[in-house]
Design a protein around this ligand. Structure first.
Ligand code: PMP
Length: 302
C-alpha cells in the first residue's frame, strides 16, 4: 500500500506515521469493527467518488448493528472523505473508512470502549488483475446467516474470507467462491457473483451475502439496457448450464470469470455480455454513462 500524506482520524488529518491505535484496541482482539471500501476515479470534471453516500450510509448501518456510538453524521464523514482526497492530492484510488472499538475495558461487551473513526485513501489499481479469473468453490462455507448480520460489513466476517482466499491460492486458483450453509452459491471473499445464461443475469438472492453496491449498480444497468435479471438460489450443480460469469465489487469492479471448478466460461471474449457490462461499468464510474446523477461526488465541490 502506498504511503499517503494524511489519514483522517477522529476529526483530525494526521500525518501517516501518527495515525495509530493502541495494541489493546477491542476490535483488533475480537473483530467487532465495521468498514467500507470505496473507489474514486478521474473524470472529465476532476476526481469523483463513486456512490459515496451509499457507502457511508452502509457504514452507519453496519456500526448500528454493533451499537457503536458515532460522533459524526453521514454528511460529516462524506465531507471528510472528499477533503482527505483533496489534501492528499490523489486523483484516483481506494478509500477505507473503518470504525473500531478502541481502548477500554477488556471483555466481549464493547460498550465501555471508546469508538475511533478512521478514513484512509490511497492509489490502487485493479484488485483481481485485468485477466479473467479461475475460480474454485471453497471448502469453507459462508458464515451461517443466523450467526451474524450478513448485510453488515463487519471486520470479523472477514476471517471467513481470509481462510477461503488462502485455501484457493494454495490450489493455484485466482479466487474463491463460497457456498452458504445449505450448499447454495453465495459470494466471493470480497465480491458478489453474477452468472449469465441466454442473455439473462442470475445472481444469488439476499440472505447470506453482503448485497454489494456494485451488485446494485449492475442490476440497475441491466434494467436500463433491457437485460433480464433474476435474483435466486443457484446450485453449484447448475453452473455447467451457464455461458458466462463475473464478480462484482468496489475493489474487483467487474471481473470476468474464466472458469468455475474447471467449467470453462466465455466471459473473457470480446463479444461477451460480461465484456459489455464491464465497459459500461467503467463508463458509469467515470461519469461517461449516467444512471443516477447523485452517484458521483466531485472532489472540487467541497
Ligand atoms: N461481498 C463481500 C463479502 C464483500 O466484502 C464485498 C466488498 N465490499 C462485496 C460483496 C461487494 O460489495 P460492494 O460492491 O459494495 O463493494
Amino acid at each position: 500500500m502506498e504511503k499517503v500524506k494524511y489519514i483522517w482520524m477522529d476529526n483530525k488529518y494526521l500525518p501517516w506515521k501518527e495515525a495509530n491505535i493502541h495494541v489493546l484496541n477491542h476490535t483488533m482482539h475480537y473483530g467487532g469493527g465495521v468498514f467500507e471500501g470505496i473507489r474514486f476515479y478521474e473524470t472529465p470534471k476532476g476526481p469523483a467518488v463513486f456512490r459515496l453516500h451509499d457507502h457511508i450510509k452502509r457504514l452507519f448501518y453496519s456500526a448500528s448493528c454493533l451499537d457503536m456510538k458515532i460522533d459524526y453524521s453521514i454528511s460529516d464523514l462524506s465531507k471528510a472523505t472528499l477533503n482527505l482526497i483533496k489534501k492528499c492530492q490523489l486523483k484516483s484510488g481506494y478509500i477505507r473508512p473503518i470504525i473500531v472499538y478502541g481502548y477500554g475495558k477488556m471483555g466481549l461487551n464493547p460498550s465501555m470502549a471508546t469508538v475511533n473513526v478512521i478514513i484512509a485513501a490511497w492509489p490502487w489499481g485493479s484488485y483481481l488483475g485485468d485477466k479473467p479469473v479461475k475460480v474454485m468453490i471453497s471448502k469453507y462455507k459462508r458464515i451461517y446467516n443466523k450467526s451474524t448480520i450478513p448485510d453488515a460489513k463487519i471486520t470479523g466476517h472477514y476471517h471467513n474470507s481470509i481462510l477461503a482466499s488462502l485455501d484457493v491460492k494454495k490450489q493455484k486458483m485466482d479466487e474463491a467462491l463460497l457456498l452458504d450453509h445449505e450448499g447454495i452459491l453465495a459470494e466471493g471473499p470480497g465480491e458478489n457473483i453474477f452468472l449469465i445464461k441466454n442473455k439473462t443475469l442470475y445472481t444469488p438472492k439476499k440472505g447470506s451475502i453482503l448485497p454489494g453496491i456494485t451488485r446494485d449498480t449492475i442490476l440497475k444497468l441491466a434494467n436500463k439496457r433491457g437485460i433480464k435479471t433474476l435474483q435466486k438460489s443457484i446450485k453449484p450443480s447448475s453452473i455447467k448450464q451457464f455461458d458466462e460469469a463475473f464478480f462484482t465489487g468496489t475493489a474487483a469492479e467487474v471481473t470476468a470469470i474464466k472458469s468455475i471448478n474447471g467449467h470453462n466460461l466465455k466471459s473473457g471474449n470480446k463479444t461477451s455480455l460480461t465484456n459489455q457490462i464491464k465497459q459500461d461499468y467503467q463508463k458509469i464510474v467515470r461519469g461517461d454513462l449516467v444512471l443516477n446523477k447523485k452517484w458521483l461526488s466531485f472532489i472540487e465541490s467541497t
